[in-house]
Ligand binder design. Sequence first.
Ligand code: HEC
Length: 136
Amino acid sequence: MKMLMASALVLAALGGAALAEDKDEKPYKVVDGKVDQATFNGYRRYGNSCLQCHGPDGAGSSYAPNLTDSLKHLSQEQFAETVINGRQNVSSSQQNVMPSFGHVEDVVTYLDDIYAYLKARSDGALGRGRPERIGR
Ligand code: HEC
């Protein structure tokens, strides 16, 4: 967050044109509720690999956390680190395991897209359900 603000300040110092670019720093694009190809791909990959535990639309389940909440405080690096290495909750009596996806090509290759989709959901830029694609 601090870094984001700092970069926004730098961009502001560079003038109005640069400020407009600040918006492009979002990993997703949503126009009239429709998403770009990468975000749509993230939606699909999420459905294939994450939904079974994290629930529809990233909204969480009794087993795994709500990722739209998680991405309010996790950086993209922390997100990627968790997905690639996995994590095990050893402190609770319940054994909740986040599997490691480091060897799952479909996830590693499209991790940025999955992040974009979940970030759009987390920011409230995208509602629940299957999104439509821009230009379709
Ligand atoms: C087998 C069930 C399962 C699957 C499949 C799964 N997760 Fe998880 N995930 C979990 C559990 C359980 C946790 C919480 C682990 C803990 O408490 O430490 C978790 C935690 C996370 C966290 C950390 C959340 C936080 O607030 O710190 C992220 C990020 C995450 N998962 C992303 C993903 C993504 C992206 C996918 C799909 C590529 C995925 N997970 C697939 C079970 C799963």
